[in-house]
Write a protein that binds this ligand. Sequence first.
Ligand SMILES: [Zn+2]
Length: 282
Amino acid sequence: MDVLVSVDIEGITGVVHADMMGPDQREYDRGRKLMTNDANAAIEGLVEAGADYILVIDGHGPMRNLIFEDMHPAAHLMTGSANVRPHCQLEGANTRTFEAAVFIGYHAMAKTYRAIHPHTIAGAAVHELRINGIPHGETGVNAAVLGSMGIPVVMVTGDTTTCAEARYFLGQGIETVAVKEAVGRNSAICRPPSATLPEITAAAKQALENREAVSPYLPEYPLTFEVDFLNMLQCERAAQVAGVERVTPVTMRIEGEDPWEQYRVLWAALRMALHEPASFLR
Ligand SMILES: [Zn+2]
């Protein structure tokens, strides 16, 4: 049985601050170790439930955070620069027929109260992302794209707010593990790995065993993606990408019949929006 595991860092056990989230930060080594541990705990539970091929997608920032040499032996790790991964946090989801997906260390959508680093895909550019007019975070967006491929998201871990967002979009039937309770953007009441890791393993096992009870997330088709940018220049750059329509000075729209392709266009547009041009092009 093939299972997908997408891993972000903001919702990982004990991670509350940017100092653990990026390669230039002083506590990054601790952050990526904690991230690897949460991912491994989930993989162990999936193996116990019968998974025998597990694709783990490193889906944060540089996309090379998980410590490869410490990974669970059942893992196959998708790692490498976001720049050359057209589907980014879901890269590789189309390489096999996956029975289910699990999101580890996810975070709440942009503009959420009491959540660790809430944002949607690119905090430096995205003010709000909507599918069919409804604000979605990465949990909902990624679940909708996987849903279009028949893959249900059966488990999400993160802070309490992220878990509530996941159940709101994906239903009460999914497993969630709240590893911390955020009190603000950079602070949370955390439980240690000795408490959360066994819980993540048990929840992953349960989630995969009960996967039939969870339906793929399917908003009404065709999907319309819209992004409000923080500023006009970002939107102008994004609108240069084929498949993107600019509908207000700061809003782009992506329509289409195939969410997997729309997701590729979305990432291409966000990459373009964030791209700082060479001096002679400014
Ligand atoms: Zn992240």
